[in-house]
Design a protein around this ligand. Sequence first.
Ligand SMILES: [Zn+2]
Length: 227
Amino acid sequence: MLLNPETPPFLQKAPHVIDDGVTKFKVTLKFSTAPSTAEVVGLEKWRAILWRLGLIGEYPNEKIGYGNLSQRLTAPKNAFVITGTQTGERPHLKREHYTRVLACDLTRNSVEAQGPIAPSSESLTHFAIYESQPQIQAVFHVHHPELWARLIEENAPAIPEGVPYGTREMAEAAARIIQSDEGLFVMKGHQDGIIAYGPTPEVAGKALLRLYRRLGPRGGEGPAGQL
Ligand SMILES: [Zn+2]
């Protein structure tokens, strides 16, 4: 698969509101070894693909990373491995850029993590999705201004504007729109934000590729034509 590694021009302009990269929650990080290769390999494969499409990256002016991927761990309940905070600009991650989220408290906005790096600032959103549907094994959160706008235009399943992410309110809104173990939705109050989820990383990743082909940049030099 040949993909254009260059950042598409439409990503050069950062959105008005960026809330990624800003820690809105209390993290208790217990430093420990990185997750195993087996725990991250499925995520890393898809992350590399999504990064080349600009669905994961860094807003160039603000130097704020966006996009984060997670996969459920077998234990404890609703625990998951997730990309670390501020890793968006890297095309490839090592195990040391991933960490484990062991527990979350949506009422207190607190996250308990264990690993070599603090978890993504959007860990509470991932947690809310795992909590809502036990069959969901992978959650991919990406950013894309065109896909985001077009999904809103076509009335795709959405977290309404005004629901702050990573809160109990957000968890309840997610639970309402998540009807099965696979799908995607748009976050109206979170500029450019889209979430895909599935019973495997493959399912979540392919849902985003289908979306990109259907609604993404067309023709010319863009990566869509090369997929
Ligand atoms: Zn985001």
